[in-house]
Unconditional design. Structure first.
Length: 387
């Protein structure tokens, strides 16, 4: 899907390309190669109106009837948003700006030279964004920012919430300045960082809850505490806590990776010297603030990761303690039964000359000795506090 935005009074409005433009040959050129041409959505096109937006979704059916666009003042687009683009949409943007849009495989390369570079007079900057942050299983997806002159092109294959939130805010104005592609890119990065901050705040609160659960008293209230059923429930609780800790750790790792990619992108953009481009004072301040925010959030994510590692070690330690308690019971039982086993083994020997076999009280004496030999180790362990 291709969405193009122009600006009106420094806020974004969807851009309606003129069918007569040679670079933008009309919405019908974006018709998908497969599917029903009468119902397939090929381009969301909007035009600015006074204090409102006037737009419609163009389909192949609309292009065969009367002109789908109405006569409105022509605006210059400042942002082309390519979301899972088709080949024709990519070619359309490439022809209009004279650039080569990277493919998905090229965007997923991890070497720095493939993520941050200049080509055809444009900046190509790829970061790792996160989608599905409402849960504990975020999806990492690359997002490429292509900045050429005053026009921004974004290429993505997922729909992170910050993009939709930024578009809604930019279309309302809301004091958000979108005078160029660079300011749009900075606004998008600010929205992404704000989303990361919310996720880290939520994750920190959930980690605190897990910490309280891990370090709460393992003994329940009441006489039933310490029973085998309570111990089984405690073990299941600890296993569930380990799963929660693991999910939070994965979320923090992905968040920190995204923040690092943002820091590199902003640093690259700030250090890049392009002839004829002189950043305004407020733009330089926004870039510095983005760098500080990304760094501080990365440090906070590292702090939370340290808490996760500590909680994981503590939880595994509690599990080891419970296992040691079980092993201790078996150890005491085996030691307590060793002396009676020895007595039974002695009197179980089959020798012809064994005077005790002829005693009338030999059998009860052997039983009493076996009980006494089992009781003495038990009392000793109890006195030492091993039971």
């Amino acid at each position: 899907m291709l969405r193009s935005f122009s600006r009106e009074a420094d806020h974004l409005v969807p851009f309606d390309p003129a069918p007569a433009s040679p670079a933008l040959a009309g919405p019908e050129t974006l018709a998908p190669e497969t599917g029903d041409p009468d119902t397939a959505q090929i381009l969301s096109a909007h035009a600015p109106a006074n204090d409102a937006l006037d737009g419609e979704v163009l389909t192949a059916a609309a292009t065969t009837s009367a002109p789908a666009t109405v006569a409105k003042p022509r605006a210059v687009p400042v942002w082309h948003d390519l979301v899972s683009p088709e080949l024709r949409e990519t070619k359309l943007v490439e022809a209009s700006l004279g650039i080569a849009v990277p493919t998905r495989d090229e965007m997923e390369e991890i070497e720095l030279s493939a993520r941050l570079y200049q080509e055809d007079g444009a900046e190509f900057m790829t970061m790792t964004a996160l989608a599905g942050l409402d849960g504990d299983d975020p999806v990492k997806t690359p997002v490429t920012f292509i900045l050429k002159g005053n026009t921004l092109v974004t290429v993505r294959y997922a729909d992170p919430k910050p993009f939709a939130a930024f578009v809604a805010r930019a279309r309302r104005g809301n004091g958000l300045v979108c005078s160029s592609g660079e300011t749009v890119m900075l606004g998008l990065l600010e929205a992404i960082i704000d989303r990361m901050a919310d996720v880290l705040e939520r994750c920190g609160n959930e980690i605190d809850a897990v910490s309280r659960e891990v370090f709460r008293s393992r003994k329940g209230n009441g006489k039933s505490a310490g029973t085998s059923g309570d111990k089984d429930k405690s073990s299941r609780d600890l296993e569930g806590l380990i799963e929660q800790i693991g999910r939070k750790g994965d979320l923090l790792t992905a968040t920190r990776e995204s923040l690092v990619s943002i820091s590199r992108l902003v640093a690259y953009h700030a250090a890049l010297e392009i002839p004829g481009r002189k950043a305004a004072k407020d733009t330089r301040q926004r870039i510095k603030l983005l760098q500080r925010d990304a760094t501080s959030l990365g440090d906070h994510a590292q702090f939370l990761q340290g808490k996760i590692n500590f909680l994981l070690d503590a939880t595994l330690g509690l599990i080891n303690l419970e296992q040691n308690q079980i092993i201790k019971i078996f150890t005491v039982a085996s030691v307590a039964f060793l002396p009676p086993t020895l007595v039974a083994s002695i009197y179980g020997m089959n020798f012809q000359s064994m005077p005790e076999l002829n005693w009338a009280i030999g059998y009860p004496m052997a039983l009493g000795f076996m009980v006494l030999s089992a009781l003495l180790p038990f009392l000793y362990f109890r006195r030492r506090g091993w039971l």
